[in-house]
Design a protein around this ligand. Structure first.
Ligand code: BG6
Length: 479
Protein backbone atom coordinates (compact mmCIF):
# COMPACT_ATOMS: atom_id res chain seq x y z
CA UNK A 1 0.00 0.00 0.00
CA UNK A 2 1.42 3.40 -1.01
CA UNK A 3 1.20 5.92 1.80
CA UNK A 4 2.10 9.57 2.22
CA UNK A 5 4.39 11.27 4.70
CA UNK A 6 3.57 14.94 4.97
CA UNK A 7 6.40 16.88 6.62
CA UNK A 8 5.55 20.25 8.12
CA UNK A 9 8.74 22.25 8.59
CA UNK A 10 10.07 20.93 5.28
CA UNK A 11 12.76 23.58 4.91
CA UNK A 12 14.18 22.87 8.38
CA UNK A 13 17.37 21.13 9.39
CA UNK A 14 15.76 18.00 10.79
CA UNK A 15 13.99 17.29 7.51
CA UNK A 16 17.07 17.47 5.33
CA UNK A 17 19.61 16.02 7.77
CA UNK A 18 17.60 13.25 9.37
CA UNK A 19 14.11 12.56 8.04
CA UNK A 20 14.63 12.40 4.29
CA UNK A 21 17.99 10.54 4.52
CA UNK A 22 16.29 8.01 6.84
CA UNK A 23 13.38 7.55 4.42
CA UNK A 24 15.83 7.19 1.55
CA UNK A 25 17.69 4.44 3.39
CA UNK A 26 14.39 2.63 3.96
CA UNK A 27 13.77 2.95 0.23
CA UNK A 28 17.18 1.50 -0.63
CA UNK A 29 16.63 -1.38 1.79
CA UNK A 30 13.30 -2.14 0.15
CA UNK A 31 11.31 -1.27 3.26
CA UNK A 32 9.65 1.86 1.92
CA UNK A 33 6.15 0.89 0.84
CA UNK A 34 6.22 0.86 -2.97
CA UNK A 35 5.03 4.12 -4.51
CA UNK A 36 4.81 5.93 -1.19
CA UNK A 37 5.46 9.65 -1.30
CA UNK A 38 6.81 12.53 0.71
CA UNK A 39 5.07 15.88 0.64
CA UNK A 40 7.01 18.75 2.19
CA UNK A 41 5.19 21.78 3.56
CA UNK A 42 6.70 25.06 4.70
CA UNK A 43 6.29 28.75 4.01
CA UNK A 44 9.10 29.15 1.47
CA UNK A 45 8.11 28.95 -2.18
CA UNK A 46 9.87 26.02 -3.88
CA UNK A 47 9.14 24.13 -7.06
CA UNK A 48 9.08 20.35 -6.55
CA UNK A 49 12.33 20.14 -8.48
CA UNK A 50 14.07 22.74 -6.33
CA UNK A 51 13.16 21.00 -3.12
CA UNK A 52 14.26 17.64 -4.51
CA UNK A 53 17.61 19.10 -5.49
CA UNK A 54 18.27 20.55 -2.06
CA UNK A 55 17.33 17.23 -0.44
CA UNK A 56 19.56 15.33 -2.81
CA UNK A 57 22.64 17.23 -1.67
CA UNK A 58 21.89 16.60 1.99
CA UNK A 59 20.92 12.98 1.50
CA UNK A 60 24.15 12.32 -0.34
CA UNK A 61 25.96 13.77 2.65
CA UNK A 62 23.89 12.15 5.41
CA UNK A 63 22.46 9.08 3.68
CA UNK A 64 25.58 7.01 4.19
CA UNK A 65 27.11 4.67 1.67
CA UNK A 66 23.68 3.79 0.33
CA UNK A 67 23.56 6.80 -1.91
CA UNK A 68 23.57 6.24 -5.64
CA UNK A 69 22.27 8.67 -8.24
CA UNK A 70 20.10 5.96 -9.73
CA UNK A 71 18.39 5.09 -6.45
CA UNK A 72 17.93 8.75 -5.62
CA UNK A 73 16.30 9.56 -8.96
CA UNK A 74 13.82 6.76 -8.46
CA UNK A 75 13.10 7.78 -4.88
CA UNK A 76 12.80 11.48 -5.79
CA UNK A 77 10.00 10.78 -8.28
CA UNK A 78 7.72 10.59 -5.27
CA UNK A 79 8.88 13.74 -3.47
CA UNK A 80 6.61 16.78 -3.72
CA UNK A 81 6.46 20.21 -2.22
CA UNK A 82 3.51 22.40 -1.32
CA UNK A 83 4.08 25.88 0.11
CA UNK A 84 1.89 26.61 3.11
CA UNK A 85 1.67 28.62 6.28
CA UNK A 86 0.44 26.81 9.38
CA UNK A 87 -1.47 29.91 10.39
CA UNK A 88 -3.42 30.02 7.15
CA UNK A 89 -6.54 27.89 6.87
CA UNK A 90 -6.70 28.30 3.10
CA UNK A 91 -3.26 26.74 2.80
CA UNK A 92 -4.57 23.63 4.54
CA UNK A 93 -7.50 23.47 2.16
CA UNK A 94 -5.04 23.76 -0.72
CA UNK A 95 -2.91 21.01 0.87
CA UNK A 96 -5.95 18.73 1.12
CA UNK A 97 -6.60 19.25 -2.60
CA UNK A 98 -2.95 18.73 -3.48
CA UNK A 99 -2.79 15.47 -1.54
CA UNK A 100 -5.73 14.15 -3.53
CA UNK A 101 -3.88 14.87 -6.76
CA UNK A 102 -0.72 12.98 -5.76
CA UNK A 103 -2.39 10.05 -4.01
CA UNK A 104 -3.39 7.58 -6.66
CA UNK A 105 -5.29 5.51 -4.14
CA UNK A 106 -8.17 7.11 -2.20
CA UNK A 107 -7.44 4.83 0.75
CA UNK A 108 -3.78 5.90 1.12
CA UNK A 109 -2.66 6.25 4.73
CA UNK A 110 -1.00 9.43 5.91
CA UNK A 111 1.59 10.31 8.51
CA UNK A 112 1.80 14.01 9.33
CA UNK A 113 5.21 14.83 10.75
CA UNK A 114 5.36 18.03 12.79
CA UNK A 115 8.93 19.17 12.50
CA UNK A 116 8.06 22.83 12.96
CA UNK A 117 8.74 25.20 15.83
CA UNK A 118 7.00 23.69 18.89
CA UNK A 119 4.92 26.85 19.32
CA UNK A 120 3.12 25.85 16.10
CA UNK A 121 2.18 22.28 17.07
CA UNK A 122 -1.20 23.16 18.48
CA UNK A 123 -2.19 25.35 15.58
CA UNK A 124 -1.04 22.77 13.03
CA UNK A 125 -3.13 20.08 14.70
CA UNK A 126 -6.22 22.28 14.82
CA UNK A 127 -5.80 23.25 11.18
CA UNK A 128 -5.45 19.61 10.16
CA UNK A 129 -8.70 18.93 11.97
CA UNK A 130 -10.55 21.85 10.40
CA UNK A 131 -9.41 20.90 6.89
CA UNK A 132 -10.74 17.35 7.39
CA UNK A 133 -7.20 15.98 7.18
CA UNK A 134 -7.52 13.99 10.41
CA UNK A 135 -10.52 12.02 9.16
CA UNK A 136 -9.43 8.39 8.91
CA UNK A 137 -12.54 6.93 7.32
CA UNK A 138 -10.69 5.97 4.13
CA UNK A 139 -7.11 5.45 5.29
CA UNK A 140 -5.09 5.81 8.48
CA UNK A 141 -4.15 9.30 9.69
CA UNK A 142 -1.30 9.54 12.19
CA UNK A 143 0.64 12.46 13.53
CA UNK A 144 4.27 12.42 14.67
CA UNK A 145 5.23 15.16 17.09
CA UNK A 146 8.83 16.09 17.74
CA UNK A 147 10.17 17.03 21.14
CA UNK A 148 9.89 19.21 23.15
CA UNK A 149 6.37 18.15 24.05
CA UNK A 150 5.45 21.16 26.17
CA UNK A 151 7.80 23.06 28.41
CA UNK A 152 6.27 21.88 31.68
CA UNK A 153 3.37 19.78 32.94
CA UNK A 154 0.73 22.45 32.36
CA UNK A 155 1.74 23.11 28.76
CA UNK A 156 2.09 19.38 28.03
CA UNK A 157 -1.40 18.77 29.43
CA UNK A 158 -2.82 21.63 27.37
CA UNK A 159 -1.11 20.29 24.24
CA UNK A 160 -2.39 16.77 24.88
CA UNK A 161 -5.87 18.14 25.39
CA UNK A 162 -5.75 20.13 22.17
CA UNK A 163 -4.38 17.19 20.15
CA UNK A 164 -6.98 14.84 21.61
CA UNK A 165 -9.71 17.14 20.31
CA UNK A 166 -8.55 16.22 16.78
CA UNK A 167 -6.69 12.88 16.95
CA UNK A 168 -7.28 9.82 19.10
CA UNK A 169 -4.35 8.72 21.28
CA UNK A 170 -3.70 5.73 19.00
CA UNK A 171 -3.10 8.17 16.11
CA UNK A 172 -0.48 10.18 18.03
CA UNK A 173 3.23 9.34 17.88
CA UNK A 174 5.35 11.47 20.24
CA UNK A 175 8.96 11.04 19.22
CA UNK A 176 11.88 10.50 21.53
CA UNK A 177 14.68 9.60 19.15
CA UNK A 178 16.55 7.74 21.91
CA UNK A 179 13.91 5.01 21.67
CA UNK A 180 14.80 4.58 18.02
CA UNK A 181 18.42 3.77 18.86
CA UNK A 182 19.19 0.13 18.22
CA UNK A 183 21.14 -0.18 21.48
CA UNK A 184 18.21 1.13 23.50
CA UNK A 185 15.92 -1.46 21.94
CA UNK A 186 18.59 -4.01 22.68
CA UNK A 187 18.00 -3.41 26.40
CA UNK A 188 14.66 -5.17 25.92
CA UNK A 189 16.50 -8.10 24.37
CA UNK A 190 19.22 -8.14 27.04
CA UNK A 191 16.70 -8.15 29.86
CA UNK A 192 13.85 -10.17 28.46
CA UNK A 193 15.47 -12.62 26.01
CA UNK A 194 17.98 -13.94 28.58
CA UNK A 195 17.33 -15.59 31.86
CA UNK A 196 20.76 -14.87 33.33
CA UNK A 197 20.32 -11.18 34.15
CA UNK A 198 16.70 -10.89 35.18
CA UNK A 199 16.95 -12.88 38.45
CA UNK A 200 19.59 -10.47 39.76
CA UNK A 201 18.11 -7.30 38.23
CA UNK A 202 16.68 -6.02 41.48
CA UNK A 203 17.33 -4.52 44.90
CA UNK A 204 18.75 -7.78 46.27
CA UNK A 205 21.74 -7.68 43.92
CA UNK A 206 21.97 -4.22 42.38
CA UNK A 207 23.75 -1.56 44.39
CA UNK A 208 22.93 1.36 42.11
CA UNK A 209 22.45 2.35 38.47
CA UNK A 210 24.26 5.18 36.69
CA UNK A 211 22.77 6.57 33.49
CA UNK A 212 25.09 9.03 31.77
CA UNK A 213 24.52 10.98 28.58
CA UNK A 214 27.70 12.99 28.07
CA UNK A 215 28.18 15.25 25.08
CA UNK A 216 31.39 16.86 23.98
CA UNK A 217 29.55 19.52 22.02
CA UNK A 218 28.45 22.79 23.55
CA UNK A 219 25.26 24.64 22.65
CA UNK A 220 26.55 26.22 19.44
CA UNK A 221 23.97 28.48 17.89
CA UNK A 222 21.02 27.12 19.81
CA UNK A 223 21.04 29.72 22.61
CA UNK A 224 17.55 30.93 21.78
CA UNK A 225 16.11 27.52 22.54
CA UNK A 226 18.65 26.22 25.00
CA UNK A 227 18.79 29.09 27.43
CA UNK A 228 15.05 28.84 28.11
CA UNK A 229 15.27 25.06 28.28
CA UNK A 230 18.40 23.95 30.11
CA UNK A 231 19.52 20.38 30.36
CA UNK A 232 16.67 19.17 32.56
CA UNK A 233 14.08 19.97 29.92
CA UNK A 234 16.33 19.21 26.97
CA UNK A 235 17.65 15.80 28.05
CA UNK A 236 16.22 14.56 31.37
CA UNK A 237 12.47 14.94 30.88
CA UNK A 238 12.73 12.76 27.79
CA UNK A 239 15.91 10.83 26.97
CA UNK A 240 17.29 10.10 30.45
CA UNK A 241 13.93 9.19 31.94
CA UNK A 242 13.26 6.95 28.94
CA UNK A 243 16.53 5.12 29.54
CA UNK A 244 15.65 4.77 33.20
CA UNK A 245 12.18 3.42 32.42
CA UNK A 246 13.52 0.74 30.12
CA UNK A 247 16.19 -0.25 32.61
CA UNK A 248 13.77 -0.40 35.54
CA UNK A 249 10.49 -1.62 34.04
CA UNK A 250 8.87 -4.98 34.69
CA UNK A 251 8.61 -7.41 31.76
CA UNK A 252 5.42 -6.72 29.83
CA UNK A 253 3.16 -9.67 29.02
CA UNK A 254 3.84 -9.17 25.32
CA UNK A 255 5.93 -6.80 23.21
CA UNK A 256 2.96 -4.64 22.39
CA UNK A 257 2.63 -0.84 22.43
CA UNK A 258 0.01 -0.64 25.15
CA UNK A 259 1.61 -3.24 27.41
CA UNK A 260 5.17 -1.92 27.03
CA UNK A 261 4.05 1.60 27.79
CA UNK A 262 1.92 0.48 30.73
CA UNK A 263 5.05 -0.98 32.33
CA UNK A 264 7.16 2.10 31.59
CA UNK A 265 4.53 4.37 33.08
CA UNK A 266 4.50 2.31 36.29
CA UNK A 267 8.18 3.16 36.74
CA UNK A 268 7.40 6.87 36.60
CA UNK A 269 4.57 6.41 39.07
CA UNK A 270 7.05 4.83 41.47
CA UNK A 271 9.65 7.62 41.35
CA UNK A 272 9.87 9.08 44.84
CA UNK A 273 8.85 12.71 45.04
CA UNK A 274 11.59 15.02 46.24
CA UNK A 275 10.70 17.12 49.24
CA UNK A 276 12.45 19.89 51.21
CA UNK A 277 16.18 19.28 51.45
CA UNK A 278 16.06 16.50 48.81
CA UNK A 279 16.37 19.12 46.10
CA UNK A 280 19.69 20.29 47.50
CA UNK A 281 20.96 16.84 48.50
CA UNK A 282 19.83 14.73 45.56
CA UNK A 283 20.51 17.07 42.66
CA UNK A 284 23.55 18.89 41.26
CA UNK A 285 23.78 21.46 38.54
CA UNK A 286 26.59 23.06 36.59
CA UNK A 287 27.27 25.42 33.73
CA UNK A 288 30.28 25.12 31.46
CA UNK A 289 32.73 27.99 31.49
CA UNK A 290 32.19 30.03 28.37
CA UNK A 291 28.43 29.43 28.32
CA UNK A 292 27.76 33.07 29.15
CA UNK A 293 29.90 34.11 26.18
CA UNK A 294 27.87 32.04 23.71
CA UNK A 295 26.03 34.17 21.19
CA UNK A 296 22.53 34.99 22.42
CA UNK A 297 23.02 33.87 26.03
CA UNK A 298 22.11 36.56 28.62
CA UNK A 299 25.16 37.57 30.63
CA UNK A 300 23.55 36.58 33.92
CA UNK A 301 22.02 33.33 32.72
CA UNK A 302 21.60 30.67 35.41
CA UNK A 303 20.73 27.97 32.87
CA UNK A 304 22.32 24.62 33.66
CA UNK A 305 24.28 22.69 31.04
CA UNK A 306 25.10 19.81 33.41
CA UNK A 307 22.94 18.05 35.94
CA UNK A 308 22.81 15.03 38.18
CA UNK A 309 19.64 13.63 39.72
CA UNK A 310 19.53 10.89 42.30
CA UNK A 311 16.15 9.22 41.94
CA UNK A 312 14.55 6.30 43.75
CA UNK A 313 11.85 4.01 42.44
CA UNK A 314 9.71 3.03 45.39
CA UNK A 315 8.53 -0.36 44.24
CA UNK A 316 9.21 -3.98 45.13
CA UNK A 317 12.01 -4.39 42.63
CA UNK A 318 13.99 -1.22 43.27
CA UNK A 319 13.21 0.15 46.72
CA UNK A 320 16.40 1.69 48.13
CA UNK A 321 18.45 1.44 44.92
CA UNK A 322 19.58 4.89 43.74
CA UNK A 323 19.43 5.73 40.05
CA UNK A 324 22.00 8.41 39.26
CA UNK A 325 21.05 10.28 36.11
CA UNK A 326 23.75 12.54 34.72
CA UNK A 327 24.09 14.58 31.58
CA UNK A 328 26.20 17.48 30.41
CA UNK A 329 27.34 19.48 27.44
CA UNK A 330 31.03 20.24 27.04
CA UNK A 331 32.06 16.95 28.66
CA UNK A 332 35.21 14.97 27.98
CA UNK A 333 33.69 12.77 25.27
CA UNK A 334 30.41 11.76 23.69
CA UNK A 335 29.09 8.72 25.44
CA UNK A 336 25.74 7.38 26.54
CA UNK A 337 25.98 4.49 28.93
CA UNK A 338 23.99 2.68 31.56
CA UNK A 339 26.01 1.15 34.35
CA UNK A 340 24.35 -1.46 36.52
CA UNK A 341 26.61 -1.82 39.53
CA UNK A 342 25.98 -5.01 41.44
CA UNK A 343 26.54 -5.27 45.19
CA UNK A 344 29.87 -6.27 46.61
CA UNK A 345 30.36 -9.80 47.84
CA UNK A 346 29.27 -10.06 51.46
CA UNK A 347 32.69 -11.13 52.65
CA UNK A 348 36.07 -10.78 50.93
CA UNK A 349 37.86 -14.13 51.16
CA UNK A 350 41.02 -13.31 49.30
CA UNK A 351 42.82 -10.62 47.42
CA UNK A 352 43.94 -7.44 49.08
CA UNK A 353 41.63 -7.09 52.03
CA UNK A 354 41.72 -3.32 51.71
CA UNK A 355 40.71 -3.31 48.05
CA UNK A 356 37.02 -3.21 47.32
CA UNK A 357 36.37 -5.31 44.23
CA UNK A 358 35.27 -3.00 41.47
CA UNK A 359 33.98 -5.64 39.05
CA UNK A 360 30.44 -6.87 39.36
CA UNK A 361 29.28 -4.38 36.86
CA UNK A 362 27.35 -4.45 33.60
CA UNK A 363 27.90 -1.53 31.26
CA UNK A 364 25.46 -0.95 28.44
CA UNK A 365 27.12 1.30 25.87
CA UNK A 366 24.30 3.03 24.04
CA UNK A 367 26.65 5.11 21.87
CA UNK A 368 29.02 5.64 20.22
CA UNK A 369 30.88 2.38 21.05
CA UNK A 370 27.67 0.39 20.90
CA UNK A 371 27.95 -2.75 22.96
CA UNK A 372 27.83 -4.30 26.41
CA UNK A 373 30.63 -5.04 28.84
CA UNK A 374 30.58 -7.23 31.89
CA UNK A 375 33.27 -6.30 34.39
CA UNK A 376 34.14 -8.98 36.88
CA UNK A 377 36.95 -10.00 39.18
CA UNK A 378 39.50 -12.61 38.08
CA UNK A 379 42.60 -14.01 39.70
CA UNK A 380 45.88 -12.33 38.85
CA UNK A 381 47.87 -15.19 37.24
CA UNK A 382 50.88 -16.48 39.07
CA UNK A 383 50.00 -14.65 42.24
CA UNK A 384 48.57 -15.76 45.52
CA UNK A 385 44.84 -15.15 45.57
CA UNK A 386 45.01 -11.63 44.26
CA UNK A 387 42.20 -10.38 42.05
CA UNK A 388 41.84 -7.78 39.37
CA UNK A 389 38.99 -6.52 37.25
CA UNK A 390 38.56 -8.10 33.82
CA UNK A 391 36.06 -7.43 31.08
CA UNK A 392 33.91 -9.49 28.75
CA UNK A 393 33.21 -7.26 25.85
CA UNK A 394 30.43 -7.44 23.27
CA UNK A 395 30.55 -4.93 20.46
CA UNK A 396 27.82 -4.57 17.85
CA UNK A 397 30.42 -3.57 15.30
CA UNK A 398 32.61 -6.61 15.85
CA UNK A 399 29.61 -8.92 15.96
CA UNK A 400 29.03 -7.95 12.33
CA UNK A 401 25.73 -8.10 10.54
CA UNK A 402 23.83 -5.06 9.44
CA UNK A 403 25.12 -1.59 10.26
CA UNK A 404 23.26 0.09 13.09
CA UNK A 405 20.50 2.14 11.52
CA UNK A 406 19.82 5.72 12.41
CA UNK A 407 17.05 6.11 15.02
CA UNK A 408 14.71 7.87 12.61
CA UNK A 409 14.60 4.93 10.22
CA UNK A 410 13.09 2.66 12.83
CA UNK A 411 10.70 5.29 14.16
CA UNK A 412 9.40 6.45 10.79
CA UNK A 413 8.82 2.89 9.68
CA UNK A 414 7.07 2.02 12.94
CA UNK A 415 4.77 5.02 12.59
CA UNK A 416 3.88 3.97 9.05
CA UNK A 417 3.23 0.44 10.28
CA UNK A 418 1.14 1.66 13.19
CA UNK A 419 3.46 0.38 15.92
CA UNK A 420 3.65 2.93 18.74
CA UNK A 421 5.78 0.83 21.15
CA UNK A 422 8.75 3.16 20.74
CA UNK A 423 6.79 6.40 21.10
CA UNK A 424 5.77 8.21 24.26
CA UNK A 425 2.17 8.06 25.41
CA UNK A 426 0.33 11.10 26.82
CA UNK A 427 0.46 9.89 30.44
CA UNK A 428 4.17 9.05 30.11
CA UNK A 429 5.04 12.57 28.96
CA UNK A 430 2.94 14.18 31.66
CA UNK A 431 4.36 11.99 34.43
CA UNK A 432 7.88 12.80 33.27
CA UNK A 433 7.13 16.51 33.52
CA UNK A 434 5.68 15.85 36.98
CA UNK A 435 9.14 14.60 38.03
CA UNK A 436 11.13 17.39 36.39
CA UNK A 437 8.93 20.42 37.14
CA UNK A 438 9.46 20.48 40.94
CA UNK A 439 13.24 20.29 40.42
CA UNK A 440 13.17 23.20 37.97
CA UNK A 441 11.06 25.15 40.48
CA UNK A 442 13.41 24.32 43.36
CA UNK A 443 16.40 25.41 41.29
CA UNK A 444 14.77 28.81 40.88
CA UNK A 445 14.11 29.18 44.62
CA UNK A 446 16.49 30.73 47.19
CA UNK A 447 17.31 27.22 48.45
CA UNK A 448 18.62 26.16 45.02
CA UNK A 449 21.87 24.16 45.00
CA UNK A 450 24.89 26.10 43.67
CA UNK A 451 25.38 26.31 39.93
CA UNK A 452 28.93 24.98 39.66
CA UNK A 453 31.05 26.27 36.79
CA UNK A 454 33.14 23.65 35.01
CA UNK A 455 35.77 23.73 32.31
CA UNK A 456 34.81 21.97 29.10
CA UNK A 457 36.56 18.71 28.31
CA UNK A 458 36.12 17.09 31.74
CA UNK A 459 33.32 15.14 33.42
CA UNK A 460 31.42 18.22 34.58
CA UNK A 461 32.05 20.15 37.79
CA UNK A 462 34.85 18.80 40.01
CA UNK A 463 32.32 18.90 42.88
CA UNK A 464 30.57 15.91 41.29
CA UNK A 465 33.35 13.59 42.52
CA UNK A 466 33.10 14.38 46.27
CA UNK A 467 29.32 14.49 45.92
CA UNK A 468 29.36 10.91 44.66
CA UNK A 469 31.83 9.92 47.39
CA UNK A 470 29.31 11.18 49.93
CA UNK A 471 26.88 8.71 48.37
CA UNK A 472 29.57 6.03 49.04
CA UNK A 473 29.87 5.46 45.33
CA UNK A 474 32.11 6.38 42.41
CA UNK A 475 31.31 7.63 38.95
CA UNK A 476 32.14 5.33 36.10
CA UNK A 477 33.94 7.91 33.99
CA UNK A 478 35.14 5.92 31.01
CA UNK A 479 34.83 7.05 27.42
C1 BG6 B 1 18.42 16.33 21.50
C2 BG6 B 1 18.81 17.52 22.32
O1 BG6 B 1 17.14 15.89 21.85
O2 BG6 B 1 19.34 15.28 21.73
C3 BG6 B 1 20.24 17.95 22.00
O3 BG6 B 1 17.93 18.60 22.04
C4 BG6 B 1 21.18 16.79 22.14
O4 BG6 B 1 20.64 19.01 22.87
C5 BG6 B 1 20.67 15.59 21.35
O5 BG6 B 1 22.45 17.20 21.65
C6 BG6 B 1 21.52 14.37 21.63
O6 BG6 B 1 21.14 13.34 20.75
P1 BG6 B 1 22.17 12.20 20.33
O7 BG6 B 1 21.37 11.25 19.53
O8 BG6 B 1 23.25 12.89 19.54
O9 BG6 B 1 22.70 11.63 21.60
Amino acid sequence: MADTIVIFGASGDLTSRKLVPALFRLFVKGRWPEGSRIVGVSRSEFKHEEWRDSLRTMTEKFGGEHFTAEAWDKFAENIFYQAGDIKNQDDFKALAEFLKTVESDASAGRVYYLSTMPQLYEEAIQQLGKAGLADDTNGYRRVIIEKPFGTDLATAQALNCSIHSVFREDQIYRIDHYLGKETVQNIFALRFANSIFEPIWNRNYVDHVQITVAEEVVIGRRAGYYDTSGILRDMFQNHLLQLMMITAMEPPARYDAALVRDEKVKVLHSVRKMLGSDFANNTMRGQYEGYLREEGVPKNSQTETFAVLKLYCDNWRWKGVPFFLRSGKGMSCRTTQIVVQFKNVPHILFGEKTRTPVGNRLVIQVQPAEGIQLHFETKVPDSEMKTRTSTMDFSFQQAGGAELPDAYQRLLLDAMNGDASLFARSDEVELAWGIIDPIIAAWKSPAAPSLFPYPTGLWGPSEATPWMAEQHREWFDVC
